[in-house]
Design a protein around this ligand. Structure first.
Ligand code: MTE
Ligand code: HPA
Ligand code: MOS
Length: 774
């Protein structure tokens, strides 16, 4: 009954919207979301007799394991078995880029929350009770929690990376102004609503199927096979959707799936492992905190002639994705500015925190925060507005990025000027000046934040995807790709593509679960590239089918192939409606034994990068935009509100305006949260203090901007973007950086003695201290 109604609701909604899907389409998942019908790992119908698992993790950040006593836990009624590294038939290794991360600790622990064992029991409750009965004795070793400390002690994940353009040393000689300083940006908790988890089921012949909440089904499959010592074809990964990933499930969904599979492998029984929120917060890595230093040199006319930055990335206790994230920091170190002389260096510092990982922006935001800080510092010292420096240095057509890519179809100046004109920046600034002149207890601040974000996995070989499209006998369409739906609306976009190519209503299309047996050897859904890569593959597969079907129609209607087109479920010849319907056409094709299935492979053309030279053309294109952030600071309390964020954003030609607007709004809120309120805290022993939502504040309805306006920049779109609709997932997060500087400007308006500090997040405590600093 329920199913029927929901389908009807979906149909009504779809019919009610205009024919133009680009204008009106919503994320189709939203209908099942609000009805509570969307399926997540915890909703999978589990088999009778399924066991439940809980992870036993390290209560110390660094130490030697002297002794563990599992006997009391094992004796508890309902406990089935406890698994440790000794039970691993293959390799105790889950590192993706560098093999430096065990699934279970062996003799040493390297972070608080590091998995040591898996307790499997009849119920989760029993497994948790058993966990409390485990006795462990760890001999303390020195704990490193900050990147600087790691650098001093020479503790690194890998060799440093460095990009350079021009001749920075000599360029400083031509500078009229040179400023140096330090910055800090803190980590960020992903706080996906669905915590990490997996459900493993034994199939015949030792094969295992795993339902996982992962952005990277192939990474899970490969790692499970490696740990179990079996080949990949024995392991099937299935993903319906994620309740959010935000990068936190690109690599870090893997261990839980591997643990569940390990238990299933030994017990030949289904095993479910879902972390509760506390376990998830403690055991998983976050956005990388960065401690950075910069040196910026400018001419009298405010041109940035030289820029140097050293980024200390707090990588945590293992590499995870840190090397790739570090690389993206360098790619985005100059944001949307052209700087002719650049030297940047990043060190991935090994500490005793949980391995930090991908988070929306993937190191880019950390890089951009530093150059925006350098500009703010320079502006304050020279006595100009930061926006004068920003504006004087915006990227132009054919400018070179520090990594050698020549900027094309640049929208840095167009988005900047549009934002200034459309929102009348002079009037906004005048209003703020007036407000600040007439108000003592409240001050307003404004900041502009331009962005330029590179689209593609920076690791060129990862930029590929495949799609498998079936047309069923009744004309309905099933699509499988590597894309993982995590709330970003990629499934809806894939359906739109098929519906558009075949000119059928979108409810005739369906996205299958993301499954490694249907689409194999995939890159994770990440780098904002999922819709581009999988969409292009889907488009190719659909177009091949269309060509085949046109041939069938041409034979049937005795008309040339190039006169055939499909429109609204009918075949047209030379624009004239024929008697042949879409379903007739499919039936004819079947009778003629024409294949109604197609598999297509897409690999982004043009991109390349040479790591030995640190030069190349790694990005298919860049996404641009400019935000104006306005805040009001309560100077008695140190609290603040965001009056408005006004954005001109480069969507290219958006294929799904509602979804893309949702991505801009969500990313903006997440960026503001990172910059202003989300404060991760570890104590010096490496224990996470901000381990609940009572101590970790994320933006809520009351703290998001009162007013968000997003104007699409008119452009012709980009050929390498799917249907010219540019990637949108990550770039707008970086508009949130403007929030930091808007607050800073409000503080300056209150306290002329305020000495600019670049230490994010700008929490109300820090604002208060700054307001009253002498
Ligand atoms: N939006 C929602 N609702 N949930 C998410 O988990 N992840 C972000 C972004 N937007 C995310 C999201 C991240 S980190 C990335 S890389 C992209 O979506 C991934 O999807 P895309 O490649 O389809 O843009
Ligand atoms: N972005 C996101 N995820 C990634 C990347 C990237 O550039 N490279 C590897 N994983
Ligand atoms: Mo997004 S950080 O590339 O998953």
């Amino acid at each position: 009954m329920l199913k029927d109604t929901s389908n009807n609701i979906l149909k009504t909604k779809l019919n009610a919207v205009s024919k133009d899907l680009k204008e009106s389409i919503k994320n189709l998942d939203s209908y099942t979301h609000v009805r509570g019908e969307s399926l997540y790992v915890d909703d999978v119908n589990i088999r009778q007799g399924t066991f439940h698992a809980v992870v036993f993790d390290s209560p110390k950040a660094h130490g030697k394991i002297k002794h563990i006593d599992y006997s009391k836990a094992e004796a508890l009624e309902g406990v089935i078995r406890i698994f440790t590294y000794k039970d691993i038939p293959g390799k105790n290794e889950i590192g993706g880029i560098i093999p430096d991360e065990p699934l279970f600790a062996e003799n040493e622990v390297h972070f608080w929350g590091m998995p040591i064992a898996l307790i499997v029991a009849e119920t989760e409750f029993i497994a948790r009770k058993a966990r409390d009965l485990i006795d462990i004795n760890i001999e303390d070793l020195p704990v490193i929690t900050t990147a600087k400390e790691a650098k001093t002690k020479g503790s690194f994940i890998n060799a440093p990376r460095s990009f350079s353009l021009g001749d920075t040393e000599n360029a400083y000689k031509d500078c009229d102004f040179i400023f140096e300083g330090e910055t800090f940006s803190n980590g960020q908790e992903h706080l996906y609503i669905e915590a990490q988890g997996a459900y493993a089921e034994p199939l015949e012949n030792g094969n295992i199927k795993i339902t996982s909440s992962t952005q990277g089904p192939t990474a899970v499959q490969k790692t499970v096979a490696q740990v179990l010592g079996v080949s990949m074809h024995k392991i099937e990964i299935d993903v319906t959707r994620l309740g959010g990933g935000f990068g936190g499930k690109e690599d870090q969904a893997t261990p839980w799936a591997v643990m569940a599979a390990l238990a299933t492998h030994h017990l030949n029984q289904s095993v479910k492992l879902i972390l509760n929120r506390h376990d998830d917060l403690r055991m998983t890595g976050k956005r990388h905190p960065y401690e950075s230093s910069y040196k910026i040199g400018l001419s009298k006319d405010l041109k940035i002639l030289a820029y140097e930055a050293e980024f200390l990335q707090n990588s945590g206790a293992a590499a995870d994705l840190s090397p790739a994230i570090a690389e993206r920091t360098l790619f985005h170190a100059t944001n949307s500015y052209y700087v002719p002389n650049v030297t940047t260096k990043v060190l991935s510092c090994k500490t005793n925190l949980p391995p930090n990982t991908a988070f929306r922006g993937f190191g880019g935001p950390q890089g951009m925060f530093v150059i925006e800080s350098a500009i703010a510092k320079a502006a304050s010292e020279i006595g100009v507005s930061p926006r004068q420096i920003q504006e004087a240095n915006l990227l132009d057509e054919n400018d070179t990025f520090s990594y050698g890519q020549i900027a094309k179809q640049v929208e840095a100046k167009t988005s900047w000027n549009s934002a200034k004109n459309i929102f009348n920046i002079e009037a906004l600034e005048r209003d703020i000046e007036n407000f600040n002149r007439t108000n003592k207890a409240f001050k307003k601040g404004l900041a502009l934040m331009p962005i330029a974000f590179g689209i593609s996995f920076t690791n060129t070989p990862m930029n590929h995807a495949r799609a498998l499209v079936h047309i069923y006998l009744d004309g309905s369409i099933g699509i499988s790709t590597a894309a993982v739906e995590m709330g970003q609306g990629v499934n809806t976009k894939m359906m739109q593509i098929a519906a558009e190519v075949f000119s059928v209503p979108i409810e005739k299309t369906k996205i299958e679960t993301t499954n490694t047996t249907r689409v194999a050897n995939t890159s994770p859904s990440a780098a904002s590239s999922t819709a581009d890569l999988n969409g292009k593959a889907t488009l190719m597969a659909c177009n091949s089918l269309l060509e085949r079907l046109k041939k069938v129609a041409s034979e049937d209607l005795n008309a040339p192939e190039d006169s055939i087109s499909l429109k609204d479920e009918c075949v047209y010849t030379n624009g004239e409606k024929s008697k042949l319907s879409w379903t007739d056409l499919i039936n004819k094709a079947m009778l003629k034994r024409v294949a109604l299935t197609e598999n297509a492979h897409y690999a982004t053309p043009e991109i390349h990068f040479d790591k030995t030279k640190e030069k190349g053309h790694p990005f298919a294109y860049h996404v641009y935009g400019t935000a104006i952030v306005i805040t009001t600071v309560d100077c008695t309390r140190g609290t603040y509100e965001f009056d408005s964020v006004k954005i001109v954003h480069d969507y290219g030609k958006s294929m799904s305006k509602g979804i893309d607007l949702g991505q801009v709004e969500g990313a903006l809120a997440q960026g503001i949260g990172w910059m202003t309120m989300e404060e991760i805290a570890y104590n010096k022993d490496g224990r996470l203090l901000s381990n609940a939502l009572s101590t970790y504040k994320i933006p809520d309805l009351f703290s998001v901007p009162k007013n968000v306006e997003v104007i699409p920049l008119e452009t012709k779109g980009h050929e390498l973007a799917i249907l010219k609709s540019k990637a949108v997932g990550e770039p707008p997060l970086m508009y949130g950086i403007g929030a930091y500087f808007a607050i800073q400007n409000a503080i300056k308006a209150y306290n002329p003695n305020y000495n600019l500090k670049f230490h994010a997040p700008m929490t109300p405590e820090k604002v208060l201290m700054s307001l009253y600093q002498n």
